[in-house]
Design a protein around this ligand. Sequence first.
Ligand code: HEC
Length: 394
Amino acid sequence: MIEENPMRTTSTLARTLAVALLAGAACTGGTSTGDDSVGDDDDTPVDEWDQKLAEREYDYSAALRIASLRLTGKLPSLAEVKAVADAGDLAAQKVVYESFVRNYLETPEFSVQMVGFWRDTFKMGESAMLDTAPVFAAQLTVENRSLSELFTATAGTCPTFNPATGEFTAADCDNGVTTHAGVLTNPGVQAHFFSNMAFRRVRWVQEAFACTAFPAELMETGVDLGGAQAYTAPWPFESIAGASNGGTVDFHDTSAVVCANCHATMNHLAPLFANFDDAGELQTTIQVKTPNDGAPDAKLSDWLPAGEATAWRLGVPAADLPALGRAMAADPKVAECAVARFWDWALGKGDIVDTLALVPSEVIAANVAAFQASGGTLQDAIFAVYTSDDFVKF
Ligand code: HEC
């Protein structure tokens, strides 16, 4: 598959399904008049939503159908459908429904679905090397292991998967890395998102695990530097390289856009990924280029001035990829992003970044808190979403 920009790749099937489901049963807002033009109603949208949400009723039969499709790729069996329908009152239906959801999570089909989910999330897969990262994430999910292992595991980070049996076979990545850091050191990730100055790898990390496009760090009040826009990143402006402090790309440019709004964070991350070559092998020297004439190799001074250290965020230094992994594992925004991605998947929305299918923090606050309290166990998080009121009420 040749893609000019792999970050925009999503499975067409997943997208089509998501759109179809969004237009259908899983969407609670589908009964409006169809006239959403500005100024045609006096109600604030919040009131309208609150009212619609309050009108929803439990429907475990409908929920079972969607849960089965998402978690196993198949419709529920007739016996399952009847068992829920004939269970009796809502409390009894809930018990039966939840036991079926538990069962789905134990099937080989669920493993297959998880590989698909993480391929879509990571925007990569379907070749042996490109599958290692999504398969590792799927294995963590199926085995109810912690999200933090996705960024901190030092062994078994390139497993293989047998779709016929749903079995994972642990294997180490073999790309020259001494201490692995989950998917952050994965050869497929490094190869697939190879680009000038390693910025595409950085973008992948941000969008897959923090669920927003750059800029990643925003101050409420920007600083007017006399440019096209205000400077809104919290970092000192001179903490990244530019024409005035030794860089060959001017990240201090403010004439059309303020590069530093995004690149303040990005330039503190990119050097961590710079020594992987286009095949995903770690080398001892920088392997990425600048877009300058002749495509020279990038130098550390192209991202950061002398003495400036790499970091995940301002105040969260990360000297190497294992340190970055620990920082990400400790970031509540990363935990919230994982829950939000499960949420959007369950409710049939598209990719959270591409479609701006943002889940308001307060809607999933309880799920995120439970997720963090559990130590970030991934299958528990999925069970919680599929059994939450928002999933089983229509
Ligand atoms: C809104 C955020 C944002 C702003 C503002 C921004 N960039 Fe970037 N930049 C990115 C992202 C994200 C990428 C990685 C894109 C990809 O490869 O998918 C990138 C990539 C790059 C690259 C590598 C592109 C290549 O492959 O050749 C350079 C060089 C760069 N930016 C310089 C700049 C400069 C100089 C400015 C200001 C004039 C700027 N950027 C403004 C987000 C931004």
